[in-house]
Write a protein that binds this ligand. Structure first.
Ligand code: NDP
Length: 349
């Protein structure tokens, strides 16, 4: 069973050489009644937050307490000795009466070819026929839920409001912008290249978009794009962009603090946050984690599936092939290599 490990704790930007592909024996059987299920992994979701779990314990404790630290040399999540990751797979052996061989499932899998899913770990059957299987790890997976819950539950949008999205061509950002357009908002996104900016304006329906790397002064750039101010900021990046957005927020503006990718690899980068501005403008800044919003899950799946069926939403995916491509797919998130959801496909389906 091939799997990926980290060779050492990673406290700065990750690179391919921080990882190693290893192989271990796998017995393709489970004890009857064990409730264990062996899944052949098809698509793995590659997510920036994992970097916070790869740091030395002193730095990871401060930045990320919500999941176990990944140990160099083996990596672990509770007792599963692999780097766990959300993904789509096919059941090959089942000791659990709820699953049969060949069921297509989504849940917490790992950076490996086969995952032994133990009782208590989330695993859900999906309909393999209506949408491409990859969608269950992207637009209909955790990225979709994050965008949906963050936008509707946290930002509480109203028609006509002005919305700003950072990392807008990425997995979560590209969906937030589309939900915002479907809600009748005015949406501007920022991204790190011309190709990404063109995608936002020409394919994803954003009203406007800009390359933040070409803007020497983020505050005045946002003033140009939002002459009437920002009502909602969906923050995927943190630090200077968060400061610039807060400076341009309207009274009673809302900020969904979804991610701070610019800070994950650089502990020295932090938002300065003008709290007097926050007070006088009565801004709500709210951090959130998608798994706290499972009450919207059914609504998220049914409405997003419906938008897909009627061509009102598009899934943008950046798929590389083979387990050995996981390190470059992961490191690429921090270089801005990806356009849309970063996935690794393990088996041709
Ligand atoms: P993306 O698909 O958006 O990929 C990451 C993108 O971030 C890159 O393509 C790059 O785009 C941008 N980026 C990388 N480094 C920097 C930097 N230093 N400054 C500014 N932008 C940078 O990832 P996701 O959509 O999966 O995740 C987006 C954010 O949401 C992350 O911060 C993630 O941790 C967070 N998240 C939070 C969840 C929650 O429950 N709260 C759940 C899932 C994700 P560009 O070329 O535009 O710079």
């Amino acid at each position: 069973n091939k799997h990926i490990i980290i060779k050492h704790a990673i406290d700065g930007l990750p690179t391919e050489s921080d990882f190693e592909l290893r192989s271990a024996p796998l017995v393709l059987s489970v004890a009857q009644g064990s409730k264990e299920v062996i899944v052949k992994n098809l698509f793995l979701s590659i997510d920036p937050y994992q970097l916070n779990r790869m740091k030395t314990s002193s730095s990871s404790q401060k930045t990320f307490a919500a999941a176990a630290r990944i140990q160099p040399g083996q990596a672990s999540f509770l007792l599963i000795i692999r780097i766990d990751a959300f993904g789509v797979g096919k059941v090959v052996v089942s000791g659990n009466e709820e699953f049969e061989r060949d069921d297509v499932v989504v849940g917490l899998l790992a950076w490996e070819e086969y995952t032994v899913v133990r009782p208590g770990t989330t695993l859900t059957k999906v309909d393999p026929h209506e949408f491409p299987l990859s969608y269950h790890a992207s637009i209909l997976g955790t990225s979709g839920l994050t965008a949906y819950a963050g936008f509707y539950d946290i930002c509480k949008p109203k028609k006509g409001e002005k919305v700003f999205v950072s990392a807008a061509s990425g997995s979560v950002g590209s969906l937030v912008g589309q939900y915002a357009k479907l809600s009748g908002c005015y949406v501007v996104g920022c991204a790190g290249s011309k190709t990404k900016v063109d995608l936002l304006k020409e394919k994803l329906g954003f009203d406007d978009a800009f390359n933040y790397k070409e803007e020497p002064d983020l505050k005045s750039a946002l003033r140009r794009y939002f002459p009437e101010g920002i009502d909602i900021y969906f923050d995927n990046v943190g630090s200077a962009m968060l400061d610039a957005a807060v400076a341009n927020m309207n009274v009673f503006g809302r900020v969904a603090v979804c991610g701070a990718i610019s800070e994950y690899a650089d502990a020295g980068k932090r938002a300065a946050l003008d709290m007097v501005d926050v007070i006088y403008k009565r801004i709500t800044l709210r951090g959130f984690l998608s798994f706290d919003h499972l009450h919207v899950y059914a609504g998220f799946i049914s409405s997003t599936s419906d938008h897909l069926r009627h061509g009102r939403m598009r899934a943008v995916e950046d798929i590389s092939t083979g387990l050995e491509s996981v390190p470059s797919a992961f490191a690429g998130l921090f270089r801005g290599d990806n356009v849309g959801k970063t996935l690794v496909q393990l088996t041709i389906v």
